[in-house]
Design a protein around this ligand. Structure first.
Ligand code: IDC
Length: 460
């Protein structure tokens, strides 16, 4: 229930009613700020601020407000350049909202952290002039009626809004799920019983279908693999899960090597699945040894093929350096920020392996998340080889960060491969038990405990 409180101090004397003529010629000023907590969880929250200019047009602006409690911090914001000094928060206009006509609004938002309670900010101002406005009382954050139904029932057709993945209500969501291993090798892991367990016990929102292109994959039998992928899309759909179709290029690392195959494959799966709401396309798993310019060029040739058949689906583009946003090649996200793929409704893939990729990778994601729509389409709890021990501390730090930033993820792998990244113990997929704790590895136990917690999908 949303309780709107009347509000904040009004320092603005002129609220856009009458403009007095005559000297001294002074700009008319005034603004309203509407602050809404859109969701809140233990220690974190997401808030939107709608600022409306009631004065003369402004060509540049800064919004200020005060956080009442010391523990309240802006973690990541969007649609403005955010900064915080002690309790004072500022959000400075960015290129696309710098000019505000009289009566025009800018919608900003941020993910925040708090300790204890999370009262509404006070003293909103625009260019130093206090705003009138309203706040939705954060001690009574809007609680959507508990969503009933499967992830696809609740969220419907997805799209990208700002830097987020959004649902049919245009609200940001996080999908949490699992990736298959190579479907050419682990077919027995993807039958009715295991996928029932994934949907019902794991409460997974998502199945990533890893279709290798080389290594005895797609290139050896394009029609057979296309059929297999479509079948898994149907199995995910029947269980209310999203299906992420992963064109799993790995070696060679230049996706352009497989450009013709990608066009053939995606025109076929996009046409066949165009009417479904549960499909997301991932066009190149992990570009490596190749420039961002080459990856971008590949994306700009494959995306139109998908759009021609399935205009409204989200498409995810792999990034340089094994989808590390370039970090594993000594670069960073700026090459993408400065030269984005020329397409809409797209996200960028980020991959990590918790035992290999730590603070500098997390810092990149924290930074990049306010500039680029990110989707962690693959990550492991172990080393980048896919094997070795689970790095529990690093895995938890990563998962907490992704939760906080509402970044969707798929874990490598929902399989019984004989390697530390697999969720099931070797031999599990030959049997019929996919639900007991006895069949889970350490990685599987950790991921199931994280993925199976209640989703918090907005429904209005
Ligand atoms: C690994 C598998 C392993 C297989 C190898 C080569 O875990 O069994 O032998 O691929 O096909 C990735 C890749 C993913 C890798 C995984 C772990 O996307 O295909 O799987 N990894 O090495 N990127 C970083 C790590």
């Amino acid at each position: 229930m949303k309780r709107i409180l009347a509000l904040l101090a009004t320092g603005a004397s002129v609220v856009g009613l009458t403009v007095l003529a005559g000297p001294p010629a002074q700009a008319t000023t005034g603004c309203t700020a509407e602050y809404t907590i859109t969701s809140q969880w233990a220690g974190g929250f997401q808030a939107g601020v709608k600022v409306t200019n009631l004065g003369d047009p402004v060509s540049d602006w800064t919004l200020g407000f005060t956080m009442p409690h010391a523990g309240q911090k802006v973690v990541q914001g969007w649609n403005a350049t955010w900064s915080q000094s002690g309790s004072a928060v500022t959000a400075a206009a960015v290129d696309w909202n710098r000019t505000l006509a009289t009566g025009a609004s800018a919608d900003l938002g941020f993910v925040g952290a708090f300790t204890g309670s999370n009262p509404a900010p006070t003293s909103f101002s625009l260019n130093g002039v206090a705003c009138t406005g309203s706040v939705t009382d954060p001690t009574d954050p809007p609680t959507d009626p508990p969503a009933t139904g499967t992830p696809t029932d609740v969220n419907g057709q997805l799209h990208v809004c700002g830097v987020h993945l959004c649902n049919q209500y245009d609200r940001p969501i996080q999908l949490r799920g699992m990736s298959t291993h190579g479907i050419q090798w682990f077919g027995p892991c993807y039958g009715d019983a295991s996928l029932d367990a994934l949907a019902d016990d794991w409460k997974s929102d998502l199945l990533r279908v890893a279709m290798y292109v080389q290594e005895d994959g797609y290139e050896t039998d394009p029609e057979g693999f296309t059929r297999q992928v479509n079948h898994l899309v149907d199995m995910a759909e029947a269980r209310g899960m999203y299906a992420l179709i992963d064109f799993h290029t790995l070696t060679p690392g230049d996706p352009n090597y497989n450009l013709d195959r990608a066009k053939t494959f995606f025109s076929s799966v996009a046409a066949r699945n165009a009417d479904k709401k549960n499909v997301i396309y991932e066009i190149a798993n992990e570009p490596n040894g190749v420039s961002w310019a080459a990856v971008k060029n590949y994306a700009e040739q494959v995306i139109p093929v998908i759009r021609a058949a399935d205009p409204d689906a989200v498409v995810i583009v792999g990034t340089r350096g094994w989808s590390s946003l370039g970090v594993s090649d000594g670069a960073n996200e700026s090459e993408v920020v400065n030269n984005p793929v020329n397409a809409t409704n797209i996200m960028y893939a980020f991959h990590f392996y918790a035992a290999s990729h730590k603070d500098n990778y997390r810092a990149t994601v924290s930074r990049a998340a306010s500039r680029l729509p990110l989707f962690v389409t693959e990550f492991g709890t172990v080393s980048a080889t896919g094997g070795g021990a689970v790095d529990r501390a690093s895995s938890i730090a990563w998962l907490d960060l992704l939760d906080q930033l509402k970044i969707s993820y798929a874990n490598w792998t929902f399989s019984d491969a004989d390697e530390g990244s697999a969720a099931f113990k070797p031999g599990t997929c030959n049997g019929s038990d996919f639900s007991s704790s006895a069949v889970l590895t350490e990685s599987g136990t950790l991921l199931k405990s994280r993925i199976s917690t209640a989703d918090n999908f907005p429904t209005s």
